[in-house]
Ligand binder design. Structure first.
Ligand code: FE2
Length: 276
């Protein structure tokens, strides 16, 4: 099975790049299942129902989120109507929406997607390790799901690496999001789980984390907020990862970064060539 993940879509530049690129990627790789993190897709803050539908129509099977999930308040309501939109699983009980779901891939496989959020340098949430453990216990790899994908939306690389090793051999992939900067540590862990600390954003890298540079620089200099952060409008790089899944074990055979367009060095997987 072929899994694709695209990192945090930031603002209009990121959105337009994903809407243009994702259908082509999905076809070129014959991807079976696509996950996109959409938590910064509406003006850099949250996700609207219209944008969610655009991402789904462009080929996302599931849209994950993180700390900005409720920035567009309408999400508190419409999330209940969309199984394919996830919020972090370790939000307090009673929070609208779901943090995990079992979804059908194009090849007929059942894919468990878990969206969790870190606690180090972030909000005071429930323990993400135990929340993920409970979700895996309810739907284990092989007996409950053919593949398990975890989007771990977290700031600290230590917490991300720890979660990766914690589920190693029990999940197909743990992909970090939130920092917006792609890391170069993609690997198959010793137990067979694909791992990367951060997939990076889909956005303009002539920016500070996808936002126009002046206001973030000014806040570092003065500690004064002058205006809202605004998404940077230049050409976006579409960042993500490709994961080749062993259908027998549900574990990963290969993982590679994707970086297309914009300013970053370009990268695509080499294990899905046309004759592969
Ligand atoms: Fe985030």
């Amino acid at each position: 099975m072929r899994l694709l993940f695209l990192g945090d879509v930031v603002g209009r530049a990121g959105r337009l790049a994903v809407l243009e690129t994702l259908p082509k990627l999905r076809a070129r790789y014959a991807a079976d299942f696509v996950i996109v993190n959409g938590e910064n897709s509406a003006g850099g803050f949250g996700i609207s129902e219209a944008i969610l539908n655009e991402l789904l129509d462009a080929g996302a099977d599931v849209v994950t989120t993180g700390n900005h999930v409720w920035d567009q308040r309408e999400a508190l309501v419409f999330i209940e109507r969309y199984d394919r939109l996830l919020r972090p699983i370790n939000f307090p009980s009673g929070t609208p929406g779901k943090g995990a779901g079992l979804f059908k891939a194009a090849n007929g496989a059942d894919v468990l997607v878990i969206n969790a959020m870190g606690r180090v340098f972030m909000g005071d949430l429930d323990d993400p390790f135990r929340a993920v453990e409970d979700a895996l216990a309810a739907c284990p790899l092989k007996t409950g799901a053919d593949a398990v994908f975890i989007d771990f939306h977290a700031e600290a690389t230590s917490e991300k690496e720890a979660l990766g090793h914690f589920v190693d051999g029990r999940a197909t992939a743990v992909v970090g999001t939130h920092t917006h900067v792609p890391t170069a540590d993609h690997q198959i862990l010793t137990g067979g789980t694909a791992y990367i600390s951060d997939a990076g954003m889909c956005g303009d890298f002539d920016s500070v984390l996808g936002m126009e540079k002046d206001e973030p620089i000014s806040r570092f200099l003065t500690k004064i907020s002058s205006r809202r952060f605004a998404p940077s409008k230049g050409d976006a790089t579409v960042c993500g990862v490709a994961i080749d899944v062993d259908d027998r074990s549900g574990l990963a055979r290969a993982v590679a970064p994707i970086r297309l367009g914009g300013r970053l060095s370009q990268a695509e997987p080499d294990f899905w060539s046309e004759d592969a």
